[in-house]
Design a protein around this ligand. Sequence first.
Ligand code: FO1
Length: 341
Amino acid sequence: MIVVFTGGTGGTKLVQGLQQFVPPEELTIVVNTGDDLEWWGLHVSPDIDSVLYGLADWLSQDRGWGIAGDSFRCLERMKQLEQPSWFSLGDLDLATHLTRTAMLRAGRSLSEATAELATRFGVSARVMPMSDDRVSTMLDTAKGTLTFQEYFVRERHEVDVRAVYFEDAEQARPAPGVIESIGQADAIVFAPSNPVTSIGPILAVPGIRAALRRASAPVVAVSPIVGGVAVSGPAGALMRTMKWPSTIFGVAKAYEDFLDVLVADQSEESAVSQYPAVRNQQSAVAQTESHRAGNSSTTNHRSRSTRFVYANTIMRSMKDKRDLAAFVLDACTITSESAKA
Ligand code: FO1
């Protein structure tokens, strides 16, 4: 079984690539819910929906969120009625939120609602929220304390962030199946998601990080940083807020206690030695080693020193998604074999 941790839009692209190789019954996806919000009285889980729509092949390629070809007539009418309108819910997307909210109001958990929606969308892979308990990503900014969507969508991530925290994370429990999946995984993959606001909330749920540290399966992450900046969104700025370098070394640092392999963009391979801070961090954070299939080293993954490998991580086409997924699966196999050796 492959267990994928994801959030945001980049993560979904890798999940779509993995879907091409991994049978659905062998694919488990644990999704960030720190971005969830109550909007027009409905429970919206943007990252769960991106994964479900991506797997169902409904996802809008242009936007990276919502349903392809959706209309926004309800949104237009809500504007006329002087309702909040900075968060754009499409008409077809609304059906998802209405259904999920009805299920939650009927007393079902978010995991149950997600599994039921997946079935109704024809998605056979197992998609689960990080937790059934509400955890909210909050940002202390120059404009006060904001929820993730207020920061990301309403403020277009243009405000300075002083701190990021995950409200109510301490009391949250991992959703049923999350810890068990980590223990049973043949490989664990972190999608190229923002390590602070997409993966950070998942790791803040007590028990998940400890389970990853104990995992016997290889742990491979894909870096969202290309050419020293985030592929999209505010990952770089938020990593600096966390006092991590906004480089692939910052990504390695975020996962340092459980990560075996970091798949970095090929553009980083030559750039790595030029980062001024890198030489010092190299020994503390990660051992840099260019590694490709056929050129396997004998790093034992249990030592939890991170090895860097390089691939094209920018996923514009389905071919890019497939190629990166194949590379990631290859890195998992090589790491697992070298651990056995
Ligand atoms: N992102 C935007 O930039 N603007 C929006 O109006 C917007 C609406 C929206 C509605 C449903 C949904 O599932 C996602 C939506 N997103 C929108 C994307 C969302 O902010 C991001 O997917 C994440 O939360 C980032 O991880």
